[in-house]
Ligand binder design. Structure first.
Ligand code: F6P
Length: 363
């Protein structure tokens, strides 16, 4: 009897609402073609050491459409091409990509679906160059991948952030305070811009528009002068004061190579108090933005992406990433899809509309 076509699926990088919906769609679409699906645990770590990989059956995906996180687990570490190992007590970077290729073969896979952000998709591209038939599925709450109009996870993160801003209004108003909310997004301001407008923020600070603390304070004072008596400031973790640098946290001690952002909200709240004398408080929304049930939009996009990934394999289109180009889901070559960041255009309609409403960008 001919061997059943077998595909692998893994999730890499930070988790994001909708990952499970993609996994479910990959499994269901594969089952309908009579294929078998192997779930690889903890991203590429689980490909280099496939001992924990297991076949996904119907009961494994039951009820996961609405669940946040990923049933396969994930990690921000474990890049097979730049793998950190300890030699003589010191961390050394080695290339373990051959182990990943071996893992693929050992599992008897015909193709691999890699669900992840830019980092994961870059690794997928390099494994494809080593001959692994791969299809990428983009995920990110940050919405910063240029090859797709939108990814799943972003809509849920924006809803969570908007909900938090809504809730902060009552304390801001009751205490006549300035509330500063620091939001995720890395080097792009999508989450902050969208939730800031939807949540009725007075000041929106994004990486794409360097800001001046003086201008922010002018807006704060204006709110009190016009008897609004409170002010909501939303600031992206990657925003920068004009002429200043990024606010970062140490990630090297965790063995991470990339920069982790954070800290601007607290700094800004203190600056506002120093310059205006107004009572200010800051809140870092952090990983709450990555949690919870995916919204309807994210479930739908994730499901379409999962089905499209299997379609790509059926059509033998490898080395591609599925992407949303409304109304279609298309296949984009991985080399075109990775490494190109999508920033907020400063002349976007959203920014124009926000400015027309009197929202300050601190510029
Ligand atoms: O890319 C998603 C994201 O949540 C960013 O918005 C944020 O800067 C980063 O990941 C946080 O990473 P970690 O989960 O490693 O703290």
């Amino acid at each position: 009897m001919a061997k059943k076509k077998t595909i692998g699926v893994l999730t890499g990088g930070g988790d994001c609402p909708g990952l499970n919906a993609v996994i479910r769609a990959v499994v269901k679409s594969s089952f309908n073609l009579g294929w078998k699906v192997i779930g690889i645990q903890k991203g590429f770590e689980g490909l280099m050491d496939p001992s924990s990989a297991k076949e996904l059956r119907s009961h494994d995906i039951a009820g996961i459409l609405t669940m946040g996180g990923t049933i396969l687990g994930t990690t921000n570490r474990g890049n097979p091409f730049e793998y950190s190992v300890k030699k003589g007590g010191k961390p050394v970077i080695v290339d373990k990509s051959d182990d990943a290729v071996k893992g693929f073969k050992k599992l008897g896979l015909d193709a691999l679906v890699c669900i992840g952000g830019d980092g994961t998709l870059k690794i997928a591209k390099r494994l494809k160059d080593k001959g692994v038939p791969i299809v990428g599925v983009p995920k990110t709450i940050d919405n910063d991948l240029s090859a797709t109009v939108i990814t799943f996870g972003f809509d849920t993160a924006v809803s969570t952030a908007t909900d938090a801003i809504d809730k902060l209004h009552s304390t801001a108003e009751s205490h006549q305070r300035v509330m500063v909310v620091e939001l995720m997004g890395r080097y792009a301001g999508w989450i902050t811009l969208n939730s800031g407008i939807a949540g009725g923020a007075d000041v929106i600070l994004i990486p794409e528009i360097p800001f001046s603390v003086e201008k922010v304070c002018e807006k704060v004072e204006d709110r009190y002068r016009t008897k609004k008596n409170f002010c909501i400031v939303v600031v992206a973790e990657g925003a920068k004061p004009a002429g200043g640098g990024l606010f970062t946290k140490d990630a090297k001690s965790e063995g991470r190579q990339e920069v982790l952002l954070g800290g601007i909200g607290d700094w800004l709240a203190k600056e506002i108090t120093k310059k205006t004398g107004r009572e200010s408080r800051s809140l870092v929304l952090g990983h709450l933005q990555r949690g919870g049930h995916p919204t309807t939009f994210d479930r739908l996009t994730a499901t379409r992406f999962g089905a499209a990934a299997v379609r790509a394999i059926k059509e033998r289109k490898y080395g591609v990433m599925v992407a949303l180009r409304p109304p279609d889901v298309v296949f984009v070559p991985l080399e075109e899809a990775v490494g190109k960041m999508k920033s907020v255009p400063v002349d976007s309609d959203e920014i124009t509309a926000a400015k027309e409403l009197g929202i300050s960008f601190g510029d």
